[in-house]
Ligand binder design. Structure first.
Ligand SMILES: [Zn+2]
Length: 277
């Protein structure tokens, strides 16, 4: 696995010399950067390079933040037993809300501190036109599947989920779709190892942190895992705030074989403390 980093460096007038050295190192190595007043951004730099190490040494006394995406080889993906699965979200740039379409909710599990999350009383009614040819998508926080996906999950006896009918209220070519309800919640992640940012975080309901690394689970936390699982923790804020969907390699293999595409599968790192040290 390779970690591709974005580094945002805040600098002050007194850091001029460091900044000059930094820019010349980046230019010499043909690495792009963006320079703003008091801020220099290196959009992409692999962390397994000497240049990355040199840059971290150079900026060690400055204020900086790092973000990363991880790239896995197919061999690494095929070896993994569980994945953090992310589905496409075709409504991404819409302000589409199923609540406007007469789905009813109540407040029974609303967080008293941040006010998030309602309990769904009636089936979802929504315009599914945007699902287009997708077979599994997010309509945050809900997951929608076609009858094709539902049948495969049932035929293959994938565990940890059930279905609820969705009414497509689009005008033309109504789709036969279902809400995928994930019923199994995992124990806590290993938060010593899993990196998060918590600037809009609610301590009461554990919602609103942003994930900044791969997910780590202690092997014991996965002993009750099924094929579909929700994490106990919620990540993201606003409309994106939801538990992570953790699926078994069986789900990934079957979905791949049947052509059910998802946005990404990121391997879960399983920590076995008995084998450490
Ligand atoms: Zn809360």
């Amino acid at each position: 696995m390779r970690r591709k980093k974005r580094i945002d460096i805040n600098y002050k007038e007194k850091d001029e010399l460091i900044l000059r050295n930094l820019k010349s190192a980046l230019s010499l190595n043909h690495v792009n950067f963006k320079d703003f007043p008091d801020l220099l951004i290196i959009p992409q730099l692999y962390s397994d390079t000497k240049l990355y190490e040199d840059i971290l040494t150079l900026i060690r006394n400055l204020e900086f933040k790092q973000f990363e995406v991880r790239e896995y080889t197919s061999g690494e993906l095929n070896k993994s037993s569980y994945f953090d699965a992310v589905f496409y979200y075709p409504w991404e740039h819409d302000d589409y809300d199923p609540k406007e379409n007469r789905t009813l909710y109540d407040n029974r599990n609303r967080c008293p501190v941040c006010g998030r999350v309602e309990y769904q009383l009636t089936e979802l009614l929504l315009n599914a036109t945007k699902m287009a040819k997708h077979h599994i998508v997010y309509n945050y926080p809900d997951i929608l599947v076609t009858s094709f996906t539902k049948e495969i999950i049932e035929d293959q006896q994938l565990t940890g989920c059930s279905f609820r009918k969705v009414t497509d209220c689009s005008k033309h070519e109504k789709k036969d779709i279902y809400q995928l309800i994930i019923n199994n919640y995992l124990d806590k992640m290993d938060m010593e190892k899993t990196a998060t940012d918590k600037h809009q975080y609610c301590e009461k309901c554990l919602r609103g942190a942003v994930l900044r690394s791969e997910i780590f689970y202690d092997i014991d936390s996965l002993k009750n895992a099924t094929d579909f699982n929700y994490s106990k923790e919620y990540f993201g804020f606003g409309v994106y705030c939801s538990p992570r969907v953790i699926v078994s390699s069986k789900v990934r293999n079957i979905f791949k074989e049947k052509g059910i595409r998802v946005q990404s599968y990121k391997p879960i790192t399983i920590v076995n403390y008995c084998n450490e040290e």
